[in-house]
Design a protein around this ligand. Structure first.
Ligand code: ADP
Ligand code: MG
Length: 238
């Protein structure tokens, strides 16, 4: 089943078109990776799916429902950003539960959800700490925890690992892949890192200049790149 569907999605900033008629289907449970050079439109496309940026043209459906004009909170999605700003004065538990507090969920329910998320992310022993007493990887886990407590059907990640060093990045890559396996969620993951794309994706969407250059499985793109750009970007032997 299609979880996320884009039809003719375009975006202009002040008359300049930066997303140019994107058609895309992301299946339920899929791990979809948007990849492409800096400035090609990855973040803008993700922010439109999240509802943080209005579309100029086209239609976005999530779970079969037209959400093109829906508020971010009404889309059943949660987004994890590159700059996972945590609240420095709040504990890990309070940071993870913050959105639920805003939504006025009962305290006992918030605590149960925070505990379950912390358990999933191996943060249970850190719940009373403040962010400054955490490592980079632990902070990134807290940011993912904030998304998990909301039980989204769709997770959106915008270069979540780009601030981490190479070895931690490799470790977190495995953790996110593992999480995807356990949560039964659809994930759309933006990166400019070819290795992340090739190792994590069910479907890779190669973006270039606001258009889809090619979309397919890692093997399809590696073996049969449609364009020299795709071949060059993914390091195919062509
Ligand atoms: P990526 O995430 O692939 O690096 P972005 O989606 O951030 O690319 O940007 C795509 C294009 O849109 C770039 O040319 C960028 O300068 C432009 N852009 C993004 N956001 C805005 C904005 N709020 N106002 C004007 N131009 C923007
Ligand atoms: Mg970006």
């Amino acid at each position: 089943m299609a979880e996320v569907q884009l039809r003719g999605v375009s975006k202009s900033f002040g008359g300049l078109e930066v997303i140019k008629g994107i058609d895309l289907t992301v299946a339920s449970g899929e791990f979809c990776v948007f990849v492409g050079p800096s400035g090609c439109g990855k973040s803008t496309l993700l922010r439109m799916i999240a509802g943080l940026e209005e579309v100029t043209d086209g239609e976005i459906r999530i779970g079969g429902r037209d959400v093109t004009d829906a508020e971010p909170s009404a889309r059943g999605i949660a987004m994890v950003f590159q700059n996972y700003a945590l609240y420095p004065h709040l504990t890990v538990a309070q940071n993870i539960g913050f959105g639920l507090s805003l939504a006025r969920m009962p305290k006992a329910e918030i605590e149960a959800k925070v505990r379950a998320a912390a358990d999933t992310l191996q943060l249970t022993h850190l719940l009373d700490r403040k962010p400054k007493a955490l490592s980079g990887g632990q902070r990134q886990r807290v940011a993912i925890g904030r998304a998990i407590v909301r039980d989204p059907k769709v997770f959106l990640f915008d270069e979540p690992l780009s601030n981490l060093d190479a070895s931690l990045r490799a470790e977190m890559r495995l953790e996110i892949a593992d999480l995807h396996g356990r949560l039964d969620a659809t994930m759309i993951y933006v990166t400019h890192d070819q290795v992340e794309a090739m190792t994590m994706a069910d479907q890779i969407v190669v973006l270039n200049g606001g258009r889809i250059e090619q979309a397919g499985t890692p093997m399809e793109l590696y073996r049969r790149p449609d364009t020299p750009f795709v071949a060059g970007f993914l390091g195919s032997p062509r």
